[in-house]
Design a protein around this ligand. Structure first.
Ligand code: SF4
Length: 91
């Protein structure tokens, strides 16, 4: 089910991204490609009706379903000392 919010969060699943680059063509101001052609998103927040519409197009265009657009969750952009929440430190 799609949401009609004008402020959403766009994330790329790096384990799925195959570096097709289609998303960066649709959203060049939000998505860049790294040296190997994989998608990189600096700021996951997508604001405004036009940007949300383009983000939806990018999500649909990704051939490997690596992009997700969702409602921002509280604390979603908070970093925990560079570690993933819920992942135990090996040291
Ligand atoms: S379109 Fe999909 S596979 Fe291609 S770079 Fe973007 S996220 Fe990766």
């Amino acid at each position: 089910m799609e949401t009609s919010s004008n402020s959403l969060r766009l994330v790329v699943d790096g384990t799925r991204c195959d570096g097709h680059g289609i998303c960066a063509l649709i959203l060049p101001d939000l998505i860049s490609l790294d040296a190997w052609g994989y998608a990189a998103i600096e700021d996951s927040r997508v604001d405004g009706r036009a940007n949300v519409a383009r983000a939806r197009r990018a999500v649909r265009a990704c051939p490997v379903d690596a992009l997700t657009l969702s409602e921002p969750s509280p604390g979603a952009n908070v970093r925990m000392n560079g570690r993933q929440p819920g992942v135990k430190d090996a040291s």
